[in-house]
Design a protein around this ligand. Structure first.
Ligand code: BTN
Length: 292
């Protein structure tokens, strides 16, 4: 594995028992700390790549995946200097206040089933927040995680295909953990929130990562063994968008209507005021009650 890295960006590569990479930093997401009490079979048990600071854990994970890093490789950073969001947006990634993590998956799956991974990830993030913090985490299609209407976590899934199959998937998860109200930049005020803000308590990032890895592995195994049906069922229980009036933004074009369903392939179905039904494979969704 090769990295063009500055001192700050030097990765610490942790392999079980190696002790490598645990010496230099005092951050909370070091490989050994994540592994302690981690009850997974694969995720976080093998390769964990830690950065005190990097541009984007998804970019680092993609480099590793191109270099044949195995399924379950986890890349974490204390801070991202160019955290990436969906649709070319940026992801606010200050040091110490959030989780910035990317997982490498190599599912034996046709490329057209890749959206199932994104929806499954949203279920795992929401379940993790529910079980660990008891916060009422809800999913907004396709994969925003909201608490009390504000975004607390986001997911960026990047897929590489070979012929019609998936070569690898990088699943990037950003979670606002200990960001105080005054910690968000102006443009995110009123739209973003954190676990600290919603629960009134600080949480250890390492505990959240461990719980997430366990929950993620359980859902990933369920997807492989039982298919997408149980995942989409749970996804629907965790969303509040069905029956809501929404505006869907697709490459700058806006569609208004009521959400009828999210089908078994994760496609959003919206009925407009003329009773016509529209199917959306991707896009940005705004609940009409949230519009000013
Ligand atoms: C979104 O809601 O727009 C997706 C945000 C995803 C952010 C995470 S943080 C870890 C990983 N690395 C990135 O650069 N982005 C994802």
């Amino acid at each position: 594995m090769q990295f063009n890295s500055t001192q700050e960006e030097t990765p610490s590569l942790g392999h079980p028992g190696s002790g490598i990479g645990e010496r230099n930093f005092t951050g909370l997401l070091l490989a050994n700390e994540i592994r302690e009490g981690l009850h997974t079979r694969v995720f976080g048990k093998q390769d964990v790549v830690y950065f005190k600071q990097t541009d984007s854990t998804n970019l680092r994970a993609k480099e590793l995946a191109e270099g044949f890093a195995p399924e379950g490789t986890l890349v974490v950073a204390e801070k991202q200097t160019s955290g990436r969001g969906r649709k070319g947006r940026s992801w606010f990634s200050p040091a110490g206040d959030g989780i910035y993590a990317s997982l490498i998956l190599r599912p034996a799956m046709p490329a057209n089933q890749a959206p199932s991974i994104t929806l499954m990830t949203a279920v795992a993030v929401a379940e993790t927040l529910l079980s660990l913090t008891q916060l009422p985490a809800r999913i907004k299609w396709p994969n925003d995680i909201l608490v009390n209407g504000k975004k607390i976590a986001g997911i960026l899934t990047e897929i590489s295909t070979k012929m019609d199959s998936i070569a690898y998937v990088v699943v990037g998860v950003g979670m606002n953990v200990n960001t105080p109200p005054e910690g968000f930049p102006q443009e995110l005020k009123g739209k973003a929130t954190s676990i600290l803000i919603e629960s009134g308590e600080p949480f250890r990032e390492v505990d959240i990562i461990r719980a997430f890895l366990k929950c993620y592995e359980t859902h990933y195994e369920m997807l492989r063994k039982s298919g997408f049906k149980p995942i989409i069922k749970r996804w629907k229980e965790l969303t509040e968008i069905i029956g809501q009036r929404v505006i869907v933004d697709v490459i700058g074009k806006q569609y208004c209507g009521k959400v009828i369903d999210v089908d078994d392939a994760g496609v959003l179905i919206v009925e407009d005021s003329h009773g016509r039904s529209h199917r959306f494979y991707s896009g940005d969704l705004n609940l009409v009650r949230n519009l000013t």
